[in-house]
Design a binder for this molecule. Structure first.
Ligand code: C5P
Length: 407
């Protein structure tokens, strides 16, 4: 694997594993890449800036307030001139600073000032890795698009055992190489626009009660990420779901079906529209402004429902010119899958329909796996049991093929 012409900004933070960065620098250089290193204050206690500078063949930077250097290079330029920023080892502390946008030294200032992709290799004590705050920070950073390699599990310098060890330099190098291999991969949806709905909607009964369903948002999130990975600009319109933050997408949170419809209308025009949301079919006609009181003497309240607009059908039936080139719906059925799905494809007017059987016991609703039957005007295909991520990747590829044949 060659890294010829690739320039890596390596941020070394303060952990016992900092010495492994020496081997990592060697591996990058052997593959033809160049390295500019920044050491946090903590890192300088574990590895000498002189060693790193000698290896890299350029000064190892440590201090934001090195004014000469600041006028010569500047932290903005430092982070932008790199093809990839690698934080290795990434301590719990630097990850927390990154997750919260702190910029109190050169390393974190560069990290905040950049739009360059970031790969972090965490290294810390197992309890710190498992701490609720670290879990939260990792989750936030993933949502921000930071990629991770490791940590590995094993014996730790502190005498404990478990996940937290810095990934081996070879493993970090492989993740760097993989990053560049992927960025060279074709992005057939580059410049295309997509709208994806996801999750349940929530229809209020009164200020504290609502009607909803158990949609997890997994399939919609996976599809939005798969489209974004192929280069599409994705607006992700989501009800309150467990999975609601696809990386690399613009996220529009909504609650009710009416809000979802308004958000979809505002997101158009788009070339691709995919409706994975489990939209409530009805809403309460007149939700109460005050909490409905439980009165022992009274009979339970009767709820009056009004049908919600069918968002998918309204978009699929837009006049040519306003209609997205590809409108895709989902069907969750509990029997007669193909007959019901074929009828739904025609009634809604969408181009493709992905049907799945969500009968109790299948584990599909809310689960990570599914079983799709794909339908279009030409026929149907059984995709067999697949993970929702695999379904998303397959769908995104198919969309790319279809749109390229139109262009
Ligand atoms: O009619 P049914 O709810 O089974 O249709 C499912 C498909 O229609 C899904 O793609 C869903 O996102 C979409 N839908 C919608 N608006 C509704 C109901 C369903 O967009 N009100």
């Amino acid at each position: 694997m060659t890294l010829a012409g690739k320039h890596i900004l390596l941020i070394i933070s303060g952990g016992i594993a900092a010495y492994k960065s020496i081997h990592l620098i060697r591996l990058i250089q052997k593959a033809g890449g160049t390295v500019q290193a920044i050491l946090t204050e903590g890192a300088t206690h574990f590895v000498s800036p002189l060693t790193i500078a000698t290896l890299c063949g350029r000064p190892a930077l440590t201090d934001l307030f090195d004014l000469t250097r600041e006028t010569e290079i500047g932290h903005i330029e430092l982070s932008r001139s790199a093809d990839l920023i690698v934080v290795a080892p990434a301590t719990a502390h630097i990850l927390a600073r990154m997750a919260n946008g702190l910029a109190d030294d050169l390393a974190t200032t560069c990290l905040l000032a950049t739009t360059t992709p970031i790969l972090a290799a965490p290294a810390m004590n197992v309890r710190m890795w498992e701490a609720a705050s670290t879990r939260r920070n990792i989750e936030l950073l993933r949502e921000d698009g930071v990629a991770f390699v490791g940590p590995d599990a094993g014996d730790m310098a502190c005498g404990e055992f478990g996940p937290g060890r810095l990934a081996e330099p070879e493993e970090i190098f492989a993740a760097i190489a993989d990053h560049f291999a992927r960025s060279r991969a074709p992005r057939p949806l580059e410049g295309r626009t997509a709208v994806v709905t996801s999750g349940p909607t929530r229809e209020p009964i009164d200020p504290v009660r609502y009607i909803s369903n158990a949609s997890s948002g997994r399939q919609g999130t996976a599809i939005a990420e798969a489209l974004a990975a192929l280069g599409a600009r994705v607006k992700f319109i989501t009800g309150p779901a467990e999975y609601a933050r696809p990386a690399g997408c613009e996220i529009v949170p909504v609650e009710t079906a009416l809000e979802m419809k308004a958000a979809v209308d505002a997101a158009l025009p788009a070339e691709i529209a995919i409706f994975t949301a489990a939209v409530a079919d009805w809403r309460i006609t007149a939700p109460s402004d005050v909490k409905v009181k439980k009165d022992a003497a009274a009979t339970p309240p009767t709820l009056e429902f009004t049908p919600n607009p069918d968002i998918l059908a309204s978009v699929a039936q837009l006049p040519a010119g306003q209609r997205p080139s590809l409108v895709i719906g989902f069907a969750a059925e509990t029997g007669n899958l193909e007959t019901q799905a074929r009828e739904k494809l025609a009634r809604k007017g969408c181009d493709w329909l992905l049907a799945n059987d969500v009968s109790p016991g299948t584990g599909i609703f809310g689960g990570s796996d599914t079983h799709i039957v794909f339908l279009d005007a030409a026929g149907s295909e059984d995709w067999g049991p697949l993970s929702k991520t695999a379904v998303a990747a397959r769908l995104a590829e198919r969309i790319a093929v279809r749109l390229s044949s139109e262009a």
